[in-house]
Structures are given as structure tokens and as C-alpha cells.
Design a protein around this ligand. Structure first.
Ligand code: SAM
Length: 346
């Protein structure tokens, strides 16, 4: 027996290219708009988001609706779209109307995804216990690169606390990133791309790159290629520590990427305690101070965070110590420039 659900046939609609022309919708640089006009490619991307039938899907940044059409063809129970640019109202309303004719429901929210309260979008009846399979909720987005990285950090934080869409279970996300960022997200220990973003993503989720989309697939063409990445929250995260402290230790470790990892760890402590407490962190964690940041697994970093928490208990004054602040003060106190340590990937 063939269990395959036939694709939904939407009423005939003008092409996205035609709609962009008709409504004079020129891509806005400020919102990093790059539109996908290739229907087959949009269908291929949506297939990688998992089975959408009967799901409540949230699409972020639908723009004129190219990817949205491919989502609708997969029979979601409901589609909610969040778009910052209300110039797309006519094209999105046209899609919502078309979906209503086949008994579908599409909700359009014009807002900034960074500010939307996502708990209000889904219903309690859509929830599944955390340890069950993923709930029938999906998050999908071909986002601007300027938004996708801060957004994934914000969402990893929410996953760690089971907030927002993760109140409803292990909601799966399928999002686009600049290819290089996608590669960092999935980089395992020993991979030269390994960085803070890899550790944070892998501590709470299983990130997978499905495929790389050439920049030429978008109009206007971005300068870089694009990675389609899915994240499924882990039933049991690889750390039980709070997001903020885990992020802080990871950030310090990767602040000197090419050096021994103890170099970054030492910056967690005030100058006078640095060498002693740095060594102590490694002793407590049973790790070698000469390990390079890229060699550390999530579990190694988890042990370093446990050691850091233990040292905070013994020496409460170190908790509020901020390396960057003190370096900045240092740089102001001298006439010559002191390089500030910045992490570029988050
Ligand atoms: N999904 C469409 C496609 O694939 O053709 C458009 C993709 S375009 C790269 C990104 C879309 O996200 C644009 O429509 C843009 O207006 C929207 N956008 C940008 N920043 C946003 C934000 N903070 N919140 C919601 N939407 C945003």
C-alpha cells in the first residue's frame, strides 16, 4: 500500500517573479533580502524539514512567499509566518486566501522575530513530553545572515530552558546560514572550524547540514553560498549546566583559538589568581592544560564548567570578574593600544 500523502494542489497563483514585479518589491539591503525563485529547490529544502503533514509550522521571514508555497503544498495543519517587512502583505494574503480554499489556516504576523513571544503562537494541545518524539511543530526559515546567528543563539538558550516553542517538546528547526557558519555549527573536535558556536549548538541539539545552496539560486545573489541546517533538540542535553555559565566558559576557552586552552581559561580569573586557578580548573577536570580549544569535546567543556562553579563556591569574588572590562580599563590606562579579545563567531 502506498502511504505517501499526495501534495496539496493550491489554486493557480502568479509566479513569485511576476508578483515581485507587479508590487514593485525590490529587495531591501537593510533587511538582507535575497529571494528564492526556484520552485524545485524550495520543494527540496522543505522536504528536508521533515514530514509537515498535520503540523503547525512557523516560517520566519517568508518575504514574497517562495518557500511558503512549498510548505503549504505539504499539508500543514496551520502555518504561521513572521515577517518584518509589511510590503509583502499582498503576496502573503494571496497565499493565505489560496490556502483557505483548501481548508487550510495561515496566520500572518508582521513583526521582528527577535521580539515575538513565541509561546503564544502554539497551542497546549500541540505539546508532547520532552522525551517523546518531536512534536508536530516545525520552525523553518530562509533568514538573513545578520539575523540567523543571533537567533540561533537566542533559541539555543530557550531550548536549554525549555521555553517558547520548546515548552511544547523537542521542536525541530530547519534554517539557512552562511555556508561557513553552517560548517562551524556541525564542526566536531579536531575540525579546524570548531568554535564556540559548534560547542553551544551541539551541547543542546543535533545539528545537521542537509546541503549547500549556491548563492546563484537567490535574487539578488548573496556574496556567499548558503547551508540548510536542521537542529533537533537532544532528549538529554550533553551538559546540565545553565546556558549562561556554559557559554561564558566556552567563550573564554575559544578566545585564544590557536593557543593552549588554558590561556583562555585563565582569563576567567583576576590577574593575581590566574595561574593558580587556571591550573586548578584542569586538575579538577582531569584534562591537560596543553589541550587546544578545538580538541575539547562538549563533555570536556562540561567538566571545566563544573570546576569553574566549584572554584566560584570557594572564591565568590571571581564570579563577577569580567576579563574584557578589565582589559578595556587597562587599555585606557595606557597610552598605547591594547588589543581587545573578541570572538567573531557569535
Ligand atoms: N523566505 C523568502 C525566500 O526564501 O525567498 C525570503 C528570504 S530573505 C533571505 C529573508 C526574509 O526575512 C525577508 O523577507 C526579510 O524581510 C525577513 N526578515 C529580515 N529580518 C527579519 C526579522 N528580524 N524578523 C522577521 N523577518 C525578517
Amino acid at each position: 500500500m502506498n502511504n505517501k500523502i499526495p501534495k496539496l494542489r493550491l489554486p493557480p497563483l502568479p509566479t513569485i517573479k511576476y508578483l515581485l514585479k507587479m508590487y514593485k518589491l525590490r529587495a531591501q539591503k537593510a533587511l538582507s533580502q535575497n529571494f528564492l525563485l526556484n520552485e524545485q529547490l524550495a520543494d527540496k529544502m522543505i522536504k528536508r524539514a521533515g514530514n509537515l503533514t498535520d503540523c503547525h509550522v512557523l516560517e520566519v521571514g517568508p518575504g514574497p512567499g517562495g518557500l511558503t508555497r512549498s510548505i503549504l503544498k505539504q499539508h500543514p495543519k496551520k502555518l504561521t509566518v513572521v515577517e518584518k517587512d509589511n510590503r509583502f502583505e499582498p503576496t502573503l494574503v494571496m497565499l493565505a486566501d489560496a490556502f483557505t480554499t483548501v481548508n487550510g489556516e495561515m496566520e500572518i504576523i508582521f513583526d521582528d522575530i527577535m521580539k515575538v513571544n513565541m509561546s503564544n503562537i502554539f497551542l497546549a494541545s500541540e505539546a508532547k513530553p520532552w522525551l517523546d518524539n518531536t512534536p508536530k511543530i516545525r520552525i523553518i526559515g530562509n533568514l538573513p545572515f545578520s539575523v540567523s546567528t543571533p537567533l540561533i543563539i537566542k533559541w539555543l538558550h530557550a531550548i536549554s530552558e525549555k521555553r517558547g516553542p520548546w515548552e511544547f517538546g523537542r521542536t525541530r528547526m530547519t534554517l539557512t546560514f552562511q555556508k561557513e557558519i553552517g560548517e562551524r555549527l556541525i564542526a566536531e573536535p579536531m575540525d579546524p572550524q570548531r568554535c564556540r558556536l559548534s560547542v553551544m549548538a551541539q551541547a543542546w541539539t543535533h545539528p545537521v547540514i542537509h546541503f549547500i545552496i549556491p548563492g546563484t539560486a537567490f535574487i539578488p545573489k548573496p556574496k556567499v553560498d548558503v547551508a540548510l541546517v536542521s537542529f533537533v533538540p537532544l532528549a538529554t542535553p550533553r551538559t546540565q549546566h545553565e546556558f549562561k555559565i556554559f557559554e561564558k566558559v566556552t567563550r573564554h576557552i575559544f578566545s585564544f583559538r590557536q593557543k593552549y586552552s588554558i590561556r583562555g581559561v585563565e582569563t576567567l580569573f583576576p590577574l593575581e589568581d590566574r595561574v593558580e586557578l587556571g591550573q586548578m580548573m584542569y586538575k579538577l577536570s582531569d584534562l591537560k592544560p596543553t589541550t587546544r580549544p578545538m580538541q575539547l569535546s562538549v563533555e570536556d567543556i562540561d567538566k571545566l564548567v563544573s570546576a569553574y562553579k566549584y572554584l566560584i563556591e570557594k572564591h565568590p569574588h571571581i564570579e563577577t570578574y569580567e576579563y574584557r572590562t578589565s582589559r578595556r580599563i587597562l587599555s585606557l590606562s595606557r597610552t598605547k593600544h591594547v588589543e581587545l579579545v573578541e570572538c567573531t563567531e557569535l
